[in-house]
Each structure stands twice: as C-alpha cells, then as structure tokens.
Ligand binder design. Structure first.
Ligand SMILES: [Mg+2]
Length: 196
C-alpha cells in the first residue's frame, strides 16, 4: 500500500519522552548500572514519584543525578525509542506531513536532546523545547503528560489531540486515546479538516 495520498499536509506536534523516547526504561537502566538497584520500568505508575522510586530526597536530587557529569552525558542521551515510533514518524513524514517536535526539557538538556534527535535521524525541520506547548500551533498533537494534555485541550480545541495512554495519565474530554503508534498513524491518515 502506498503512503502517498490526497490527504492534506498536517503539522504533527510530537512529544518525545514517554511517546518517542522511553524515558523510564532509560533512567532505570542507568540507575541499575550505577547503583545496582532492582528497579523495573513497570514500577513507574505516577508522574511525580520518580525520586521516591529512585531513592532520591526529592525531584531536584533526581534531576541533579539525571543531569550527568564529566564521566557521562545526561540521561537524555541514554534513551531508547519505543517500538514502532521511528518507523511511524518516518512513514508520516514520507506521506507529506510535517514532523514538529514539541518537548519539555530542563535547559541543561538542550544539547543532549538535539544529539538524541540526530542519533535517531528524526525527520524534522522544527524543534521546540518549551513548557507551554499550546503556543506551538499544530493540527495534531501526541503527548503523554497529565499537565500538557489538558492545556492543549483548553487552548487548541480545534486540533486533534492524542493521549498516548500510560499509567501516569488519564482520559480527558475531547482527547483521543491511543495505545500504539499504529493507532496514531491511523488517526493522522483518517484526519480530515472540517469542510473536506
Ligand atoms: Mg512526554
């Protein structure tokens, strides 16, 4: 089946951590290597409890560790892509859509974020590192954050907003739930703006 279609060119606003990059598997692998811990990614079920799981005093201490040192880069360089993420992004880009990366990161993570995107050859001309994602206009959004999704639903009501279902987020009125990249591909492919 061809990827070419008569469907409109869409701006796809795609988050990274928890959507394209497996943040939890990445930091937990590093934690196991450095501390000999027995953590597993399935143990992450909340948005704000990473420090408790990792044995850090608070999230500031977690991020101090995550930031890296002279010996190793930050955790944002240690993340593996989720299954099907890169293939689906490539396929959507080849179909004519614009891949717009919209991610929230600590400011110290800028260069490792850009390196990660280059390491994985993400086909994008546009990268936004921001904690106010609704400022970046897109036709479709894909995110997992329990803070970002309501903000998008409020300020980008005309867009198609997709929640990548994870243990740390919940359903939101007007937001599509997806559990795989195949489902995201289908939502984008079937997308049709009003009047078409
Ligand atoms: Mg995320």
């Amino acid at each position: 089946m061809s990827d070419r279609s008569d469907s409109p060119r869409l701006r796809l606003g795609i988050d990274l951590d928890g959507v394209v990059a497996d943040f939890n598997a990445g930091w937990i692998r590093l934690h196991r290597d450095e501390f000999g811990s027995d953590l597993h990614p399935d143990m992450v079920v909340t948005w704000d409890g990473l420090h408790t799981l990792g044995g850090f005093a608070d999230m500031r201490a977690f991020w101090r560790w995550a930031r890296g040192s002279a010996e190793r880069p930050s955790i944002f360089r240690h993340l593996d892509p989720y299954p099907d993420a890169l293939e689906t992004i490539d396929r959507l880009e080849r179909a004519g859509h614009d891949i717009v990366i919209v991610t929230t990161k600590p400011s110290w993570a800028r260069s490792d974020t850009l390196r990660w995107l280059a390491d994985h050859a993400i086909p994008t001309d546009e990268i936004h590192i921001t904690d106010r994602k609704s400022n970046v206009a897109c036709d479709v959004y894909l995110d997992d954050s329990p803070h970002v999704l309501p903000e998008l639903a409020e300020h980008r009501a005309d867009a198609t907003i997709c929640r990548f279902v994870r243990p740390w987020n919940s359903p939101i009125a007007g937001v599509h739930d997806i559990t795989s990249w195949a489902e995201f591909h289908r939502i984008v492919t079937e997308h049709s703006p009003p009047g078409r």
